[in-house]
Design a protein around this ligand. Structure first.
Ligand SMILES: Cc1cc2nc3c(=O)[nH]c(=O)nc-3n(C[C@H](O)[C@H](O)[C@H](O)COP(=O)(O)O)c2cc1C
Length: 211
């Protein structure tokens, strides 16, 4: 085992999603370090189809949080969720995003990915870009943890990409994928349970051979 192995393995088990932050700002070097780690993720064709928008301005955070909450309110309302519950959920969402010292919107671009004439390969190519972006996000979460920062991966932008594109004036090729909150942790959550290896792994064949 390499010298670094115990530290790396420990870090990837100890990382937690942190949703409550101290109000103190995050030094710019820390944010840059997290984004630089993202850049070193593996990506299909090494196309690096990730783009990052760093949001530290309180007014921008609020506008983004409010507009996303408005879109969510609309969805919850058409699902028939009671008004009081909608209010609780959307207000909690706005609080969550506005109280994070830093938000990083992670986007995908197909600009340097391959293009195909058929739908099936186009879909596979898009999935590869999504997988690459997800790998970059995992690097961000681990780098944040290594720096003593907390972070959480939020999927909200996936549900209202046009709202997000409008607020942040994104170029048309950028597809919002996730919002990452960053800051110094103000909670120490217990590890959520993991499925045992025996449930998620089979060696060689999935189906047990009879007899
Ligand atoms: C694709 C993805 C989307 C997620 N979206 C949300 C979210 O919208 N809100 C949230 O509170 N956590 C979100 N999470 C965080 C998960 O809830 C968290 O990773 C999981 O419960 C395991 O906890 P841990 O990260 O502390 O190990 C998301 C994680 C992933 C990978």
């Amino acid at each position: 085992m390499g010298e670094e192995a115990p530290a790396i393995l420990k870090a990837l088990r100890a990382r937690r999603s942190i949703r409550v932050f101290k109000p103190e700002p995050v030094p710019r070097e820390f944010i840059t370090e997290v984004l630089d780690a993202a850049r070193w993720a593996p990506s299909a064709h090494n196309a690096q189809p990730w783009r990052f928008v760093v949001i530290t301005n309180d007014a921008v955070k609020r506008e983004l949080a409010m507009k996303m909450a408005e879109a969510w309110r609309h969805d919850l309302s058409s699902d028939g969720v009671p008004e009081q519950r909608i209010k609780e959920l959307t207000e909690a969402s706005v609080r969550r995003f506005t109280s994070a010292p830093v938000l990083v919107l992670v986007c995908l671009t197909m600009k340097d990915m391959h293009s195909y004439p058929d739908e099936s390969r186009r879909r596979a190519e898009h999935v590869m870009a999504v997988q690459s972006v997800a790998a970059a996000i995992q690097n961000m979460l681990l780098a944040a943890h290594a720096l003593g920062l907390g972070a959480c991966w939020f999927c909200a932008p996936l549900f209202c990409p046009d709202v997000v594109k409008n607020v942040l004036r994104l170029p048309s090729d950028l597809e919002p994928q996730a919002l990452i909150t960053l800051g110094f942790p103000a909670e120490e959550p217990k590890p959520p349970p993991r499925k045992p290896l025996s449930e998620v792994v089979r060696w060689n064949y999935w189906e047990e051979k009879e007899g």
